[in-house]
Design a protein around this ligand. Sequence first.
Ligand SMILES: Cc1ncc(COP(=O)(O)O)c(C=O)c1O
Length: 431
Amino acid sequence: MASSAELQERRIAAVPRGVANATAIYAARAKNAELWDEEGKRYIDFGAGIAVVNTGHQHPKIVAAVEEQLKAFSHVCFQVTPYETYVRLAERLNAIAPVPGLAKTLFLSTGAEAVENAVKVARAFTSRPGIVSFSGGFHGRTLMGMALTGKVVPYKKGFGPFPPEVYNVMFPNEYHGVTGAQSLAALNALFKHQADPSSIAAIVIEPVQGEGGFYLAPFDFLRALRKLCDEHGILLIADEIQTGFARTGKMFGLEHAGVEADVVTLAKGLAGGLPLSAITGRADVMDAANPGGLGGTYAGNPVACAAAHAVLDVIEEEKLCDRANAIGEIIMSRCEELTSRSNLNCIGHVRGLGAMCAVELVKDTASHEPSPQITQAVMKVANEKGLILLSCGTYGNVIRFLVPLTASDALVREGMDIFEASLTEAVTRVA
Ligand SMILES: Cc1ncc(COP(=O)(O)O)c(C=O)c1O
């Protein structure tokens, strides 16, 4: 058996440094919200493969669905010989996505690909070139994904030029001094100074920013955005790749604001760990692209579609939206409790929607000055103590909690105990 240190050495020699290396934990097996490394050490997984296994690792129903499909066929290419599972999955998403009227769904493989295709259908439908996105937003690592992404390092630096006709405005982030009204004013200024609204095909927004730092778009801001889009014939694209599939306590993040999008991008939690993404949108928008203009060799892989059916069943049967709210309450109340501890004067902000929760760590609560140092130290100590945590945020100073929604209360509490111990130790290590 290779040690983690040996594997890490081999990785460094074999894999480019551009692939982030958040931990040196080499996964050997995982079950629900726990994971064991190559050396047999157990971890509680508060990362869920970056919000993918909302339904837990190796859920028996998902494993069974995958096994059954694998025995039938694993690939035929939907464009060549279609299969019922794809069509039925489209029907299921059309019925539940926050999209008005008749909807249609296209399947792809990755989140970035979903974003690319949302832009394609928006442009085909409107015959307009412009796309607006927000500071701090993350939409993937393809060229259009990077263009839309509102964080330069590490996602954009050195990778340009990017596709033209992409405009980035301030996301309403009250903790960092940007109100919803200011963000709307920035949009209106964009329409005055840079691009006429009649040239804008779509505005792309995450209802809760993921990589950007778990900032919630205020619900009234989302409603105002919808209104602005309607006034100018602009499509609203909700990037629900991280917020989707019960994570926020509702099936989709947009539902909290009572807003519908023209197109939603979906991935991550959709297929419980199998690579599958989708865009679900208004039927007229989705049908604007020419036959053959959408798709891909692996897009809507049958094994991934089978997994997604099982995921949707599990979310419903195990009431995972309710579980997200219950888990969120445990995490949020624990973090709020920690803010009152005088030796932990580093929790600048606690926020969340359902089980999409985060703490923003600062040098001291008076200055709000970000502390990526404490954040990195917390993650390192947590790993030593058997907890996998993820960071995020423009300044790399946010710890996000993304525990599978199938985790028991006891396991979530055990993880939070380790988080508290790690934070306490990290503060003294950094001091
Ligand atoms: C909101 C959002 N959009 C797009 C993406 C890109 O997805 P992928 O990494 O599957 O390409 C991500 C990934 O983290 C995401 O969180």
